[in-house]
Design a protein around this ligand. Sequence first.
Ligand SMILES: [Cu+2]
Length: 266
Amino acid sequence: MASVAPRLPAVALITVIAYAFDCDFAAAGALLPERGGSPNADRIASLYTVVLILAAVVFVGVTVALAFALVRYRSTRSPTAAQIRGNTRLEIAWTVAATGLIVFIAVFSLTKFGAIEHPDRAEANPAAASEAGIGDAGHGVLHIRVVGRQYIWMFQYPNGATSFQEMVAPVGVTVELDISSRDVAHSWWIPKLGGKFDAIPGYVSHTWFRLERAGLYRGQCAELCGRNHADMTAQVRAVAPAEYARWVARQKRLIAAADRARDDSR
Ligand SMILES: [Cu+2]
């Protein structure tokens, strides 16, 4: 009987590929980060694209030079190796080119980090903020607390309402998130709305987004946090500012009614 052992790697590979196609996952784009949800995500994607193009040019250049050298100077054609003891011009050229590239990437990145990390106040939309019922106290910014725990995300809104797994947020309003955890380390990640942010017990991480259009933005806890980590999904439902105001008021009433019903039944 033929052994199946030699075929095991192929079977394992096919199984993994089949699962990868079948599973529901938060993909961050095949090649580039996702964009189109929030300005910070767009800026991350632009920065990534510039660095990727530069890296691709260097990679192709090095690969072509290497392939050329391997073919052109193969042993059948050049049986005696040339003894080269340095080339000052060439060494200066690649040192200067590599340094220039690194300095450009560093400076370009530093000019972009500020706008990725902090929302630009100048682009705030006071009309949308007031429609969403956000007072001037928050400078037109909606603050939502994000609390991770095994295995669900909880969202706390300024009026005291809470929701689980799905955050509801208004389009056009700057939303700042204060992210923490009740148990172990988690990571908040909605790919279309920006980068990953650690949710650490006893520590508050800050990030933000400003939704550009209504819709559902899906994400996934991005830090292995226990047995059911894969089930710890998250989503942000972007709605019109007035709809957000109605939703958050209704959510508060429903929670208060549920609390009263619980107290009455005691
Ligand atoms: Cu988690």
